[in-house]
Design a protein around this ligand. Structure first.
Ligand SMILES: CC(C)C[C@H](NC(=O)[C@@H](N)CC(C)C)C(=O)O
Length: 653
C-alpha cells in the first residue's frame, strides 16, 4: 500500500494553505462583483429594474449550472489541477473584461459623463459575465475535491477540519467583498468626467481573481495530483445505458433477479466501474429531497425584505449570514459536535444534515411569528369587495356627513375620518392638506393650491423639519417619523398667525413597533442549519465518492443548490398566499416533511469507504496478488517520478 507523506505543518499538508487562500480570493472576486452588478445594470447601463434583476438571476443560474461541466472536464479529461488553472484563466479574463466594460470614458466622445455607445458596454459586460459563470461554476466542484485529495487516509479528522476551514474562507471572502465593493463604487473617478467608480468596484474583484490564480499556481509543486482514468463520464453513461437495455432484454421472470439493477451491466463492463457507479447513484438518490433546504435558504434575504423590519435593506443583511458562519463554524466544530460525541450520541453526517434542515424550518416558523406581530401593527386594508374613503374636515365646526343610504360620519373640525364601506368609491389619502386661503410652498414639495392635497411623500426615518412659505410669510415645524408609518398634516387658515402651531398631525399608519432584533433568531437558526447541512454535505460528498468521480459528486451536491434556486423562481412566478406568515409556515412544513423523508432514506444508507470497496472489487477480480502487485509497482514508479519532480516524500508500508 502506498502512502504519500507530503510536506506537512501541524498534521496538515502545506498545499492546503494555497487552496484555502485561492478559495478566499475567488469568493471575494465572485461576491464582490455580484454586490455591484445590479447597480451597474441600473445606473450605468440605465436598464429598468425588471431587466436588471432578470439578467442578474440568469447570470446566477448560469453559475449554478456550470459545475457539472467543470466536473466532467476534470474527472474525464484534464484532471482537477489543470481544469482549475484553465478555467481560472477564463474566469480572470471574464472579470477583467467586465471591469473594462464599466469604463465610461472608452465611448464618452462628447465627454458628458455618460457612454455614447451602450451596445459596446453591454456586449463587453455580457461576454465578461458568460466567462465568469463558466469559470466560477466550473472550478467550484474541482477546488473542494482537489483540496480533499491532498489528505491521506489516516488524516480523516484533518480532512473534516479542512472542509470547515474551506467554508470559513468562502464566507470571509464574501463578507469582505460585500462590504468593500459598494464603497469602491461610491468613489468618483474618470478621465474626462468624474463618475461613480464602477471600474474600481469591478477592477478589485478582477485583481483578486488574478491573485487567486497566482496563489494556486504557486502551490503547484506541493500538490498531490491525480490524472483522470480515461473518459470516465462517457464510460459511466455507456455502462448505465447498457444495464438498462440488458435489464429490459431480460425482463421475463424466467431470468433470475440480480441484487442491483446496475448488475445487469456485468456481462460487458468492469466490476470496478459498476461498483463505482453504484456508489455515486446511491448518494445522488439521497440528494433528491435536498433542494428544499436551499429553497428556504435562498429566500431568507427576502424574509427581512418583506417584513420591512430594516426598512428594506437586504444588502446589509447579506453580511449577517457570513458573519454568523464565521462565528458558528468554530463553535460547532470545537464545542457542540465534540460535546455531543462526549455524551455518547452518534451524530453521523446524515443526522447532522437532517437536524440542519429542521433548524431551517424553525427559522421560517420564527419568521412567521414575527410576521404575525408585524401584521398586528398594520392598518386594516380594504378587502377586494371594499374600498376606503377618507374625509377631511377643514371647516371651523364639527360636521355631520351622510353617505347614502344610511351610513353616518361625525367629523370634528380639523379631524379626519377614515371610513371603510362595501362597494363605495375610494379616495386617495394625502400627506398635506392645505386649509390656508392661498398657495403654499413646503420644503421639498411642489406648491399646494388652497383646499388641495399633496401625494404621500417618502421621508427618512427620524426627526424632520418642514418650512411653509407663502410670499413673505413663513413658519417652520418639526416632526419625528417612525419606520413604516404614514401621516397626514392638516394646515389651517391660521397657520402663519400662530407660527405653524395649529398644524394637526393625523397618524394614518402606526410606525413599526416590532423591533428589528426579532430578526436575529431567524438568521441564527437558518445559519446554524446551514453549518450543519452545507458544511457536512460538502464533507459527505467527498468522503462517499469513488476516487475517480470526486468532482462529479461535488457537482451533484452543488446541483441541489441549483434546483433549490429554480424552485424559488417557480414559487415567485406562481404567486403568493394572501398572508405572508402562512407562506412561511407552508415552507416550514414542507421542509419538515422533506427532512422526515430524508431521515428515512438516510436510515437505509450505509456509509462506505470507497477506497476499501475498490480494493475489495480488485481483489475479487483476481487482481491480487500478482496483478495488484504489478499495479502497485507501476504506481510506485509513477510516484517515484512524481517525487523527483515535486520533491514529495514517499514511503511504502
Ligand atoms: C452552495 C453553497 C455551499 C454556496 C456557498 N455559500 C455560502 O457559504 C454562503 N453562506 C455565503 C453567503 C454570502 C450567501 C458558496 O460557496 O458561496
Amino acid at each position: 500500500m502506498l502512502v504519500y507523506l507530503t510536506a506537512e505543518c501541524c498534521g496538515y499538508p502545506i498545499s492546503i494553505f494555497f487552496i484555502v487562500v485561492n478559495e478566499f480570493c475567488e469568493r471575494f472576486s465572485y461576491y464582490g462583483m455580484r454586490a455591484v452588478l445590479v447597480l451597474y445594470f441600473r445606473y450605468f447601463l440605465l436598464w429598468d429594474d425588471d431587466l436588471a434583476t432578470s439578467i442578474y438571476h440568469a447570470f446566477v443560474a448560469l453559475c449554478y449550472l456550470t459545475p457539472i461541466l467543470g466536473a466532467i472536464i476534470a474527472d474525464s479529461w484534464l484532471g482537477k489541477f489543470k481544469t482549475i488553472i484553465y478555467l481560472s484563466i477564463v474566469y480572470a479574463i471574464g472579470q477583467v473584461t467586465m471591469a473594462i466594460s464599466t469604463i465610461h470614458d472608452i465611448t464618452d466622445a462628447n465627454r458628458d459623463g455618460t457612454p455614447d455607445n451602450f451596445t459596446f458596454h453591454i456586449a463587453l459586460s455580457m461576454l465578461g459575465l458568460i466567462l465568469i459563470a463558466l469559470g466560477t461554476g466550473g472550478i467550484k466542484p474541482c477546488v473542494a475535491a482537489f483540496g480533499g485529495d491532498q489528505f491521506q487516509e489516516h488524516q480523516s479528522r484533518q480532512l473534516n477540519t479542512f472542509f470547515s476551514v474551506f467554508y470559513l474562507c468562502i464566507n470571509a471572502g464574501s463578507l469582505l467583498s460585500t462590504l468593500i465593493t459598494p464603497v469602491l463604487r461610491a468613489q468618483e473617478c474618470g478621465i474626462h468626467t468624474q463618475q461613480q467608480c464602477y471600474p474600481l468596484a469591478f477592477g478589485v474583484p478582477a485583481v483578486l481573481m488574478v491573485i487567486s490564480l497566482v496563489v494556486f499556481i504557486a502551490g503547484s509543486g506541493m500538490y498531490v495530483k491525480t490524472d483522470p482514468e480515461g473518459n470516465i463520464m462517457w464510460s459511466v453513461c455507456k455502462c448505465i445505458g447498457f444495464a438498462i437495455k440488458n435489464r429490459f432484454r431480460h425482463r421475463s421472470s424466467s431470468y433470475p433477479k440480480r441484487e442491483h439493477w446496475m448488475d445487469w451491466a456485468n456481462e460487458k463492463y468492469d466490476k470496478l466501474l459498476i461498483a463505482q457507479i453504484k456508489m455515486v447513484l446511491k448518494v445522488l438518490f439521497l440528494y433528491i429531497p435536498l433542494p428544499m433546504f436551499w429553497t428556504l435558504f435562498d429566500q431568507k434575504v427576502s424574509i427581512c425584505h418583506f417584513s420591512g423590519l430594516l426598512g428594506g435593506l437586504p444588502d446589509q443583511m447579506q453580511t449577517v449570514n457570513p458573519i454568523l458562519i464565521l462565528t458558528l463554524v468554530p463553535i460547532m466544530d470545537r464545542l457542540i459536535f465534540p460535546l455531543i460525541q462526549k455524551c455518547g450520541l452518534n451524530f453521523s453526517p446524515l443526522k447532522r444534515m437532517t437536524v440542519g434542515m429542521l433548524f431551517a424550518a424553525m427559522a421560517f416558523v420564527s419568521a412567521a411569528l414575527v410576521q404575525i406581530e408585524i401584521d398586528k401593527t398594520l392598518p386594516n386594508f380594504p378587502s377586494s369587495s371594499e374600498s376606503q374613503l377618507k374625509v377631511v374636515n377643514t371647516y371651523s365646526t364639527t360636521l355631520n356627513v351622510t353617505i347614502s343610504p344610511n351610513e353616518h360620519l361625525l367629523i370634528e373640525s380639523f379631524g379626519v375620518q377614515l371610513h371603510t364601506s362595501k362597494h363605495t368609491y375610494s379616495t386617495i389619502s394625502c400627506m398635506f392638506v392645505n386649509g390656508y386661503t392661498a398657495d403654499l410652498n413646503i420644503t421639498n414639495l411642489d406648491s399646494i393650491e388652497p383646499s388641495a392635497t399633496t401625494n404621500y411623500t417618502l421621508v427618512n426615518q427620524g426627526k424632520r423639519d418642514f418650512v411653509l412659505r407663502h410670499g413673505e410669510q413663513w413658519c417652520e415645524f418639526s416632526r419625528k417619523f417612525g419606520f413604516g408609518a404614514s401621516y397626514t398634516f392638516l394646515i389651517p387658515s391660521t397657520v402663519f398667525s400662530d407660527d405653524c402651531e395649529s398644524i394637526t398631525e393625523v397618524e394614518d399608519m402606526k410606525p413599526n413597533s416590532v423591533h428589528m432584533a426579532l430578526q436575529i433568531p431567524q438568521y441564527f437558526l437558518i445559519t446554524t442549519g446551514e453549518v450543519m447541512f452545507s458544511v457536512t454535505g460538502l464533507q459527505f460528498s467527498y468522503s462517499q465518492a469513488p476516487k475517480n468521480m470526486k468532482s462529479v459528486l461535488q457537482a451533484g451536491w452543488l446541483c441541489t443548490n441549483a434546483v433549490g434556486n429554480i424552485i424559488v423562481l417557480i414559487v415567485a412566478e406562481l404567486g403568493k398566499l394572501p398572508k405572508q406568515w402562512a407562506e412561511y409556515l407552508l415552507f416550514a412544513s414542507l421542509l419538515v416533511a422533506v427532512s422526515i423523508i430524508f431521515s428515512i432514506m438516510a436510515y437505509f444508507y450505509t456509509y462506505i469507504d470507497p477506497a476499501e470497496i475498490e480494493a475489495q472489487v480488485r481483489k475479487e477480480q483476481g487482481l491480487e496478488p500478482e496483478e495488484m502487485e504489478k499495479e502497485t509497482l507501476e504506481m510506485e514508479e509513477k510516484d517515484e517520478d512524481q517525487k523527483n519532480e515535486q520533491g514529495v516524500k514517499q514511503t511504502k508500508i
